[in-house]
Design a protein around this ligand. Structure first.
Ligand code: ADE
Ligand code: ZN
Length: 350
């Protein structure tokens, strides 16, 4: 991919540049885009009772100290999703927000086990989400794809059963991922199911090195054979791993506001995104669970740049990385890069 050198842009002009920049989102849990207002509306529509008195009461509970304290509330929030239209409404709300942030492509994670274990049919989940993706292309001009995630706190046998249930809808998702409680659930627990997914031609990704050690990133690469690492911020602790990630151009889908809210870094100024980029890694910026962590894509970009002093050069690199790291075909990647080049010319920094 070509590299460019850009003139400096005054700090007060960076937010506008970042907001208008075309970008891809590669790490968004669609259930994590469920805003409290929609949780309450769906609870009422479906007659589900919530252990919170109001939207404000629920928002007050969003004070997390680590990944698990978040997951407990995130799974409770998802309990209001029952019908195909609920999944559609959730995804559509996110896709409208993403399009407003100049996201031109998004690869959305979904957690089917969170729903099937409550008696919701796999088809209900996938049909609702996929219908929103199709409409997004037509009405918002955004390319949207789905990635099915296995919950790593459950067994590999459960993951196999989930894969079986999803295979009739194989044409509606492009890959599989691994999420939920990381520490104590290393990637190798899912070696066989990922091998099967690989045989099926699915793209492979996994959360690793969010809270867990660099060893989990190594095993996601070497045992699961994933194409991208979700988070991966703990990799800076292992120089040999950093070299491997740079050499093999393994994308890292970094989520700065998530890392801040889940106390992975004490403040944004200490986030290691700049170290990852400066080491030549294909790092990207993503929102993870925007309804819970205080910001969609543009908030992640603007707040991280303000806190860490990243430059216009980094902005271009992050957008280019998001397209390179996506699972789009070569023609679409070229189209996205042309859009990026046009944008930088238009705003006068090329
Ligand atoms: N599920 C939703 N968000 C997650 C995260 N940040 N880490 C692991 N599992 C998740
Ligand atoms: Zn995540």
């Amino acid at each position: 991919m070509t590299t460019h050198t850009f003139p400096d842009v005054p700090a007060d002009q960076m937010p506008a540049l970042l907001r208008g920049m075309p970008k891809a989102e590669l790490h968004i849990h669609i259930e994590g885009s469920l805003e409290p207002e929609l949780i309450f509306a769906l609870a009422q529509r479906n007659g589900v009772s919530l252990p919170y008195a109001s939207v404000e009461d629920l928002r007050r509970a969003y004070a997390f100290t680590n990944l698990q304290t978040f997951l407990d509330i995130y799974y409770a929030g998802a309990s209001v999703l029952l019908k195909e239209q609920d999944f559609y409404d959730m995804a559509w709300a996110y896709l409208e927000r993403a399009a407003a942030d100049h996201v031109v492509r998004t690869e959305m994670f979904f957690d089917p086990q969170t729903h099937t274990e409550r008696g919701v049919a796999m088809q209900t989940v996938i049909d609702g989400l996929h219908r929103a993706c199709v409409d997004a292309k037509a009405r918002l001009g955004i390319d949207a794809e789905l990635i099915l995630c296995f919950l790593r706190h459950l067994s590999e046998e459960d993951a196999f059963a989930t894969l079986e249930q999803a295979l009739p809808f194989r044409d509606k998702f492009i890959g599989v991922g691994l999420d939920s409680s990381e520490v104590g659930h290393p990637p190798e627990k899912f070696a066989r199911v990922f091998a099967r997914c690989r045989e099926l031609g699915l793209h492979l990704v996994a959360h690793a090195g969010e809270e867990g050690p660099p060893a989990y990133v190594w095993s996601a690469l070497d045992v699961l054979k994933v194409e991208r690492i979700d988070h991966g911020v703990q990799s800076t602790k292992d120089p040999a791993l950093m070299k491997r990630l740079a050499q093999d151009r393994i994308p890292l889908t970094v989520c700065p506001l998530s890392n801040l809210k889940l106390c992975v870094f004490p403040d944004l100024a200490q986030h290691n995104l700049r170290d990852l980029l400066d080491a030549g890694l294909v790092a990207t910026v993503n929102s993870d669970d925007p309804a819970y962590f205080g910001g969609y894509m543009n908030e992640n970009f603007v707040q991280t740049f303000a806190a860490t002093g990243l430059t216009v050069q980094h902005a271009w690199q992050l957008a280019a990385n998001s397209f390179e790291g996506s699972f789009a075909d070569a023609a679409a990647k070229r189209r996205y890069m042309d859009q990026l080049g046009d944008y930088f010319s238009r705003v006068g920094v090329r």
